[in-house]
Design a protein around this ligand. Structure first.
Ligand code: SF4
Length: 365
């Protein structure tokens, strides 16, 4: 089983972000940690023989948590869950939230992968995105992680941001490559409903540009692959052997448990999500031990559709067994257009097909 932890607090809320998060307000970080541990204890007794293979601690901004509370959290997780087969422990970190000592604590408590939310090395783009760090802080934060001995570092980037030219994006990619991170995630900015960016798009204050998306995507693929990274998923690049185990298991459809407000779990054919309200989450954990609010059973058809949508994004592709006979003619057409290929009974997107993954997935479902 794999574990996701959600910490909902951020110093400042970015206007494009659709995750459940908020500023600290009247909340106590220590009490949120208490609740995460209470929930870990609840599920630890529900699944007493299940070992956790990977942990991904995201949010929100979990790197805001003081070192003493991080130590307490990780010690508590060891107490409540079986972690002796843990292969990967990723923490999402914001460059403005830690110094060397905190990074050393991460290393001491077994965090072996840090995903650094850089987004851009261009100041204007950081301002457009509402980020609270400067490009120089991102470079310093990267070196701090390396100095602390963190074995794997991912840099998160964002392209197709309004106002970001192709040459500015190229500079961000080149700066990133020079740092030699083990892994790079490069996401196309999307406008999610109920975000200020979505409202600005609707009002015509921000623009959406398919050509810019395609140009930025193509340049990313070209430069990062030339620099020795494997483009192993639409938005993810890794030096060989540094692919994220946690993310790959999610795409494969393995079981995962989510703790924290708004976190989603999928175990077997059961999927549930926690309440997306920090105060209500804390109350539920202290009264009943869990915070489930929605629940669904994933039928074989829904499972099949999800595998097509997620695995088509990967270099490994999707098993032909997930596709129905009715899409065969379209599959052959796309193959003759050299947008996909079939390798070892798996459908793998190639060339421009990779850029049009969502359209192709919807045609093959
Ligand atoms: S720091 Fe991360 S989680 Fe927080 S608002 Fe910004 S993008 Fe969202």
């Amino acid at each position: 089983m794999h574990l996701y932890l959600h910490f909902p607090i951020c110093h400042r809320v970015c206007p494009y972000c659709s995750f459940y998060k908020h500023e600290i307000g009247g909340h106590s970080i220590s009490r949120i940690i208490d609740s995460l541990l209470g929930e870990a204890q609840y599920y630890g007794s529900l699944y007493p023989d299940t070992s956790i293979k990977t942990i991904y601690f995201g949010g929100g901004t979990p790197s805001m948590i003081p070192s003493s509370e991080m130590i307490r959290l990780v010690e508590g997780l060891h107490e409540h869950l079986i972690l002796n087969e843990l292969q990967e422990f990723t923490l999402e970190a914001n460059p403005a939230t830690f110094k060397l000592k905190k990074a050393q604590t991460y290393q001491h408590i077994g965090i072996n992968r840090v995903s650094l939310g850089v987004q851009s090395f261009d100041l204007k783009t950081l301002q457009t995105l509402g980020r609270d760090h400067l490009p120089v802080q991102a470079v310093q934060a990267y070196h701090l992680l390396r100095d602390a001995g963190i074995p794997q570092v991912n840099i998160d980037l964002m392209y197709s941001v309004p106002g970001l030219s192709l040459s500015q994006w190229q500079e961000t990619l080149q700066t990133t490559i020079k740092l030699h991170p083990d892994h790079i995630s490069a996401y196309n900015l999307t406008y999610e409903e109920d975000t200020p960016f979505f409202d600005s798009l609707q009002a015509g204050d921000l623009d959406f540009n398919d050509d810019r998306d395609a140009e930025h995507y193509t340049l990313t693929d070209q430069l990062l692959c030339e620099a020795g990274y494997r483009h192993y998923e639409t938005s993810n690049f890794a030096k060989p052997g540094f692919e994220s185990i946690h993310n790959q298991s999610y795409w494969e459809g393995n079981h995962y448990l989510g703790l924290g407000p708004s976190a989603v779990s999928t175990i077997g054919s059961e999927r549930w999500s926690n309440i997306a309200d920090t105060a209500a989450y804390q109350k539920l954990i202290s009264s009943v031990g869990h915070a489930k609010t929605t629940h669904e059973t994933i039928d074989p058809q829904a499972y099949r559709i999800e595998r097509i949508a997620l695995q088509l994004r990967t270099l490994k592709g999707v098993s032909l067994s997930h596709l129905s006979e009715s899409v065969r003619p379209r599959l052959e057409q796309l193959q003759s257009l050299k947008l996909l290929t079939i390798l070892n009974d798996r459908v793998v997107l190639i060339n421009d097909g990779k850029m049009h993954v969502d359209t192709i997935a919807s045609e093959l479902i």
